[in-house]
Design a protein around this ligand. Structure first.
Ligand code: PMP
Length: 446
């Protein structure tokens, strides 16, 4: 009997008792390759000695000091490091305990920025359909995932959703990338025209879409169009890199591959690699200055913000990634993973798309490859694949069966940055068996 309210109440979960490199170990001694990094979290794998040592040192020095009274070396050093490596224009860091908190803080920063600047009429947040920004009420309101939102709709602040940039699902067969980028961005332009540019606070988007649609990269120049629209109307651009950031796509920030600068950026999962709960907002100098010259502070705060243990873990994780040149491995193994997936699933009748960047990859499963028709969501193909994968000793992150019907089930892969070529091979072999098991279960249904 469990007294924990679990994420899934129906299934009995294995009990994790150990972790070593890219593997997790359960109470029975069974090992699972963490091919999803949990939910794109465990970038360094499990039990890394340098991170453990850093945590011990921090615990011996100071475990907690409220940020209303003190700062700490760990939090200051992490902020310094993040800004040194950040896209130009981002000047300060706000440390919180996870992705949703980071998104909440970014949304409030954007609103306060305009209040400080004497534009309090700006009240609209625009985001995209098929996006996920967190489960707290503000972040959930920004997200465009209907399945997650629908029960809570009356409690969510009013937000507006425009088209995603999702080539496999929405780009026309003869439409060029440039034309599709312009068309997808025009959806924002149209919404801004409807609301009045002077009334809009911010546009929020995941640079590479994660949980809702599965490692969907933008087409070339989409974000350049978006940046232009935001600039023309003085709208802030918030990039949510909670899942795709901190090295996952092969560059420290996914936005580096888009050639633009955000006004605010959220990061979390890979920041601390799961060793501690931590998230951050990186904010532009203009936003910091508006607070400094206005109220003097950002009207927000959490008890555990800037937690020294979390900051020490994140600092150690980021130091190891840089020291061991792991982003080069993300890029190299990302290509290997893509090639192996293509060799395995490229001609599979139920795999419609293989996509992603770096070690952030997905396959999309469809009932009909020609029409791209998704599987009936009630068949729960993604859950069947997850179960079969766990039996194989493989953690993958399958989602799907969406009620908006715009896409099919997908399986997201986000292995630790330390993964080797042999391990990538094993991951794809096990995934292939799990996918077949899931499809066979469905085929055997009456
Ligand atoms: N934004 C994005 C893009 C995410 O993927 C997630 C988590 N999946 C969140 C925000 C929320 O982060 P957390 O679960 O740490 O609150």
């Amino acid at each position: 009997m469990t007294r924990l309210l679990h994420r899934q109440t129906a299934s009995a979960l294995p009990v994790a008792v150990g972790g070593e490199g890219i593997e997790l170990i359960d109470k029975t001694g069974k090992r699972y390759i963490d091919a999803s990094g949990g939910a794109a979290v465990s970038c360094l794998g499990h039990g890394h000695p340098d991170v453990r040592a850093a945590l011990h040192r921090q615990l011996d020095q100071i475990a907690y000091a409220h940020t209303g009274f003190f700062t700490t070396d760990a939090a200051e050093a992490l902020a310094e490091r993040l800004i040194n490596d950040a896209p130009e224009g981002l000047s300060h860091v706000y440390l919180v305990s996870g992705g949703s908190e980071a998104v909440e803080a970014a949304l409030k920063m954007a609103r306060q920025y305009f209040v400080e600047k004497g534009e309090p009429q700006r009240r609209h947040i625009i985001a995209r359909r098929q996006s996920y920004h967190g489960n707290t009420l503000g972040a959930l309101a920004a997200g465009g995932n209907e399945w997650r939102r629908r029960q809570f709709q009356p409690l969510l602040i009013e937000t507006h959703h425009v088209d995603p940039c999702f080539a496999y699902r929405h780009q026309g067969p003869t439409e060029s990338d440039a034309d599709y980028a312009a068309r997808a961005a025009r959806s924002l332009e149209d919404k801004v025209a409807e609301l009045g540019g002077e009334n809009v606070i911010a546009f929020v988007a995941e640079t590479v879409v994660g949980a809702t649609a599965g490692a969907v990269p933008p087409v070339a120049d989409y974000f350049k169009r978006i940046r232009e629209i935001c600039d023309r109307h003085g709208i802030l651009l918030i990039l949510d890199e909670v899942m795709c950031g901190m090295g996952r796509t092969g560059t420290l920030h996914a936005v580096e591959q888009e050639g633009i600068r955000p006004d605010l950026m959220t990061v979390a999962k890979g920041l601390g690699g799961g060793y501690q709960p931590i998230g951050a907002v990186l904010l532009g100098g203009h936003i910091h200055d508006a607070f400094a010259q206005g109220s003097g502070f950002f009207q927000h705060g959490h008890t555990y913000m800037g937690h020294p243990m979390a900051a020490a873990a994140a600092l150690a994780v980021q130091q190891v990634i840089a020291r061991d040149n792991l982003l080069a491995n993300v890029r190299a193994m990302g290509t290997v993973l893509h090639d192996r997936l293509t060799a395995q699933f490229g001609n599979h009748p139920n795999v419609g798309d293989i996509r992603g960047r770096g070690l952030f990859r997905a396959i999309e499963l469809v009932a009909d490859r020609g029409t791209k028709a998704p599987f009936d969501p009630t068949l729960k193909l993604n859950a069947r694949i997850k179960k079969a994968a766990m039996a194989e000793g493989l953690m993958v992150y399958p989602m799907g069966g969406t009620i908006d019907g715009a896409r099919g089930d997908h399986v997201l892969l986000a292995p630790p940055f330390i993964v080797t070529e042999d391990q990538v091979g094993t991951i794809v072999d096990r995934l292939a068996r799990a996918v077949e098991a899931g499809l066979q279960e469905i085929a055997a249904m009456p």
